[in-house]
Write a protein that binds this ligand. Structure first.
Ligand code: GDP
Ligand code: MG
Length: 301
């Protein structure tokens, strides 16, 4: 049997639906998703097995003009993920206007300038929120700017059209042995995934600048003889004033977040989970090299 295997970088503006698309194609949750920009902070791999091909998706943070150190490190991680892959998938929110459109244009400019010869596929996402005429117009405009190998129009959320992408990529990745065991779908250590899941729930619960100014780390992971797991995590906030907001009135917010995260972890691992969350103020966590190491980001990017 001839097998194929390759790395596909999934890049695009923040919120285009990159992580949703990868989870859909992999068939399980390997990377977290939220309605807010900058949810994905580092490179995450999601592995799909399709026919005789292993397609290793590299999820990346959204690409935009970074201002802060953390943003710089995130965008650097996105381009690094892009550079290492055999092929590139550019995800565009077809329903987006304004800033997201400019961000996509800037990404395409960079692809053009870099003289990249690798196959690059265009995915117009969120077709469930846009009229067909507009969609065709965007497809045309984007193909005028860059010679995409193929264009797909999909709804990552609804799983519409995503099989076409898989079929195409499965045939396009180079011949070679599988690089991961056949039953592996992600590469994130469970400790890290557990922290990401809590961060995802916080993103859904909190608003304005708060999600962007927090980090979650798994501090302790203890497995008992009966199989149950006790996990403790620290939620770092960057300001004293943020702590009561994250805790919520009578601790309601953090309790709800903890319950949602625990439930998801139990579903994934199939064992009972005790999850303890501690909120800690660390004003300069976004300037602390150790936090970057935890997130797999380059502090000096
Ligand atoms: P990323 O920042 O590019 O990784 O985007 P996410 O995957 O985190 O998705 C950002 C938001 O867009 C989330 O609220 C998703 O539920 C939503 N989203 C993703 N794909 C679709 C889609 O096909 N249709 C709609 N309506 N929403 C989507
Ligand atoms: Mg993402």
């Amino acid at each position: 049997m001839t097998t194929r295997c390759g790395f596909i970088a999934v890049i695009g503006a923040p919120n285009a639906g990159k992580s949703t698309l990868i989870n859909q194609m992999v068939g399980s949750k390997v990377t977290i998703v939220s309605p807010k920009v900058q949810t994905t902070r580092t490179q995450v791999r999601g592995i799909a097995l399709h026919e005789n091909s292993q397609i290793i998706f590299v999820d990346t943070p959204g690409i935009f003009v970074p201002k802060k150190r953390l943003e710089r490190a995130m965008v650097a991680a996105a381009w690094a993920g892009n550079d290492e892959a055999d092929m590139v998938v550019l995800v565009v929110d077809a329903s987006a206007k304004g800033r997201a459109k400019e961000e996509t244009a800037a990404i395409i400019d960079r692809l053009v300038q870099s003289g990249d010869k690798r196959p690059c596929f265009l995915v117009l996402n969120k077709v469930d929120c846009i009229a067909p005429e507009k969609l065709l117009k965007s497809a045309q405009e984007l193909n005028d700017r860059f010679p995409f190998q193929a264009t797909f129009m999909v709804s990552a959320l609804k799983g519409k059209g995503t099989d076409d992408i898989l079929n195409t990529l499965a045939a396009a990745v180079p011949e070679g042995p599988f690089l991961f065991p056949e039953d592996q779908s992600g590469d994130m250590p469970m400790r890290f995934m557990a922290a990401e899941i809590t961060r995802e729930k916080l993103y859904h619960r909190l608003h304005q600048e708060l999600p962007y100014s927090l980090a979650v780390e798994t501090e302790n992971w203890e497995q008992f003889d009966n199989g149950s797991i006790k996990i403790s995590q620290i939620v770092y906030v960057s300001r004293e004033a943020h702590k009561p907001i994250v805790l919520g009135k009578g601790g309601q917010t953090i309790k709800a977040v903890g319950q949602m995260a625990r439930k998801e972890l139990e579903d994934i691992m199939g064992v009972q989970v005790h999850l303890k969350l501690f909120v800690k103020v660390h004003e300069n966590w976004a300037d602390d090299p150790e936090r970057y190491e935890h997130m797999g980001l380059d502090f000096r990017a």
